[in-house]
Design a protein around this ligand. Structure first.
Ligand SMILES: *[C@@H]1O[C@H](CO)[C@@H](O)[C@H](O)[C@H]1NC(C)=O
Ligand SMILES: *[C@@H]1O[C@H](CO)[C@@H](O)[C@H](O)[C@H]1NC(C)=O
Ligand SMILES: *[C@@H]1O[C@H](CO)[C@@H](O)[C@H](O)[C@H]1NC(C)=O
Ligand SMILES: *[C@@H]1O[C@H](CO)[C@@H](O)[C@H](O)[C@H]1NC(C)=O
Ligand SMILES: *[C@@H]1O[C@H](CO)[C@@H](O)[C@H](O)[C@H]1NC(C)=O
Length: 238
């Protein structure tokens, strides 16, 4: 009995300790934390596609960044690859370009990478650029998402028309926590991505359903028990 309890406690602690630590990239004006991976799709000689997955490790580093009141950019480099993330903010009450009023977000992401797999054709540098509004979050809030993917089409660098068409990168953000344009305070007010908001809604519903089921089971058990005691001429007359 105790052995079982101890085993469970150890398992819980171990899973916490062994959980891969998410790399963190931060400067005064931003903090990008999460397991960021890239599923790179490239062409082979027969025009068929192949793919491989790379991950930003904690050896990746911020090599360049800019912090202003209205724009933040960060370049995270690892080996021959770099990810450039640009943030924008809209402090106004009306919508401006991509960002909602009184929100900030990522307005552009560019991934520069070398494709040199043995079966790649052509080998060489690629660039994948996504322009839009990603991770849009109310001002002074921190964006948080357990898991999110964004697909970005790629092109050959230098551009060679027709050669790298259909190539691309699926960016995957795992346990992703990011902020920019946020005053330096330790208390985070989180803004959760849609998928996580749904999970937060499901949990109370699931708990409610489980409790209701428990009530029904106890009621049935009671009724069955009562019928048996009555049938057995049990205690009821006592
Ligand atoms: C960046 O955010 C992560 C996750 O919230 C946190 O663990 C880390 O300490 C932060 N880094 C800095 C320098 O504030
Ligand atoms: C990477 O993307 C390709 C093409 O979409 C897919 O076939 C492959 O399963 C993906 N790899 C992983 C590890 O997710
Ligand atoms: C930051 O700004 C400087 C000067 O405007 C520019 O040379 C540099 O490329 C910028 N860095 C990033 C990461 O955008
Ligand atoms: C916010 O409004 C000011 C003044 O009208 C304007 O100069 C600025 O460009 C606006 N910014 C955005 C992000 O809409
Ligand atoms: C964000 O926080 C700063 C400092 O606490 C405050 O001055 C500002 O009004 C806040 N902005 C919004 C939109 O809440």
């Amino acid at each position: 009995m105790y052995r079982h309890t101890i085993f469970c406690a150890v398992a819980v602690i171990l899973s916490g300790v062994l959980a891969e630590k998410a790399p963190s990239f931060s400067k005064d004006c931003f903090n990008i934390t999460g397991v960021i991976s890239f599923n790179v799709t490239y062409k082979m000689a027969d025009d068929k596609l192949n793919s491989y997955v790379v991950k930003l490790s904690d050896k990746a580093a911020v090599t360049d960044y800019n912090c202003t009141q209205t724009a933040v950019s960060a370049t995270i480099k690892e080996g021959s690859s770099s990810l450039v993330v640009q943030f924008g903010i809209n402090p106004n009450k009306s919508k401006h370009e991509a960002i909602d009023p009184e929100h900030w977000g990522v307005t552009q992401m560019t991934y520069n990478y070398l494709v040199d797999a043995a079966d790649a054709n052509p080998k060489g540098m690629r660039q994948a650029t996504a322009v839009g509004s990603f991770f849009v979050t109310p001002i002074n809030h921190t964006y948080s998402c357990r898991s999110q993917s964004i697909y970005i089409p790629a092109m050959c660098v230098p551009p060679r028309p027709g050669l790298c068409t259909n190539e691309g990168v699926l960016l995957h953000f795992n346990r992703f926590v990011v902020y920019a344009f946020r005053p330096h305070i330790d208390i985070h007010t989180y803004h959760y991505c849609k998928a996580d908001q749904k999970v937060k809604d499901i949990v109370p519903i699931a708990v409610g359903v489980a409790l209701a089921a428990l009530v029904v089971i106890v009621l049935i058990a009671y009724l069955i028990g009562r019928r048996r005691t009555v049938a057995a001429g049990g205690y009821e007359r006592v």
